[in-house]
Design a protein around this ligand. Structure first.
Ligand code: NAD
Ligand code: UD1
Length: 336
């Protein structure tokens, strides 16, 4: 079976390629390397001892995508390619709509023309907005606070319309909670350009001495220690969820959304303390003001993915922090 992975050189994509190759799939990656480097794919090959096929291709490039489908028999697509910085999306909404939505529509059109109607899409817990917790898949979605989040919501809806128009599609919408951690080899991990926006890459850059201190965004929330609660999930667990989703879509038709989270909430201070334990040193941090748009607490009800995909998260926050620190230590300047 051959799986096309768009955005396969990125953080979650690269970990998923490892799992796919190890499970015996043939893997084709299409990435424009906007937020990654080809070296990541060399490392995926090093971890697995297997080769993947790669195309430097932008998902907005119809001819480039058509070439991939004409040169290969693609059985299913896992669609990671997209821009993901929430703050940037508020400054550059058109870039986000063009890249994420136009790119996705072009991909779906090319897939339809090629007769490949099986797709796993990277959605986000952000589509739930201000719902009660834990989030469940049957809740109304779309009350989102950023253009980035809206691209996820719109693409979910577009895929819903595609399925309604043609029931031979098989579509899995995976709503990720907060992925952190790295492959335990330390060869691949999260390597954002510039100053990180997200918690874990910020913490690891402080720990390695590249940034001076972490500011905890808000210490006065109505939570157990005043800091925000999130559902952190090890990226390898997340990657494995894609294998379960692919196995499911290869054998069925339909459209389903799944929460991919641990189902447990941890505070920012819990993560800091777990990281201190993993790294063996104190982290320099201060409690600062709240970040606009942050919700106090959210986590997944992951029982649907447990039941219907046969997937359960295995790793705890200690392992997530150990693997993040291992990757950071081995790659102090990132992946070049
Ligand atoms: P990432 O930036 O590391 O990976 C995305 C990859 O897509 C990169 O390699 C980038 O170069 C590529 N890309 C972007 N635009 C492209 C285009 N037009 N054509 C071809 N390639 C393109 O991000 P990630 O953390 O691995 O996230 C993967 C997906 O999961 C994204 O769609 C993201 O929105 C979604 N997601 C991520 C998180 C998270 O916390 N990391 C949470 C929820 C959802
Ligand atoms: C963010 C996005 C969300 C996106 C997700 C994955 C926002 C508002 N939300 O989620 O849409 O799907 O990333 O890309 O940006 N924190 C600090 N200090 C920091 C950084 C973060 O205290 O320097 C805190 C935050 O307040 C939050 C927690 O750490 O409580 C996690 O933050 P982050 O990693 O950015 O993820 P989310 O905000 O949950």
């Amino acid at each position: 079976m051959t799986i096309l992975v768009t955005g396969g050189a990125g953080y979650i994509g690269s970990h998923t390629c490892v799992e796919l190759l190890e499970a015996g799939y043939d893997v084709i990656v299409a990435d424009n390397y906007y937020n990654s480097v080809p070296e990541v794919l060399d490392r995926v090959e090093k971890i697995t001892g297997k080769k993947l096929k790669r195309y430097e291709c932008d998902i907005r490039d119809r001819e480039g995508l058509e070439r991939i489908f004409s040169e290969n028999k693609v059985d299913a697509v896992i669609h990671f390619a997209g821009l993901k910085a929430v703050g940037e999306s508020a400054r550059l909404p058109l870039l986000y709509y063009e890249n994420n939505i136009s790119g996705s529509v072009t991909l779906f059109e090319v897939m339809e023309k090629a007769g490949c109607k099986k797709i796993v899409f990277s959605s986000s817990a952000t589509v739930y907005g201000n719902n009660p917790i834990p989030y469940r898949e049957d809740m109304v979605t779309g009350d989102v606070s950023s253009p980035y989040g809206r691209t996820k919501h719109f693409i979910e809806k577009i895929l819903g319309d595609v399925y309604n128009s043609d029931n031979s599609w098989s579509i899995s919408l995976l709503r990720y909670f907060n992925p952190i951690g790295a492959h335990e080899s330390g060869l691949i991990g999260e390597d954002p350009n510039g100053i990180p926006n997200n918690l874990m890459p910020y913490i690891s850059r402080v720990a390695i001495g590249k940034l001076e201190k972490l500011t905890v965004f808000g210490g006065d929330y109505d939570t157990k220690d005043g800091t925000c609660i999130r559902d952190y999930i090890h990226v390898v667990d997340l990657a494995k969820a894609h294998l379960c989703a692919v196995a499911k879509i290869l054998g069925t038709t339909g459209i389903e959304a799944y929460n991919i989270g641990n189902g447990k909430g941890y505070s920012v201070l819990d993560i800091i303390h777990a990281f201190e334990k993993a790294s063996g040193s104190k982290l320099n941090y201060v409690i600062g003001g709240r970040r606009e748009g942050d919700l106090p607490a959210f986590y997944a009800d992951a029982s649907k993915a447990n039941k219907e995909l046969g997937w359960t998260a295995q790793y705890d926050i200690d392992k997530m922090c150990e693997d993040t620190w291992n990757f950071q230590k081995k790659n102090p300047d990132g992946i070049k």
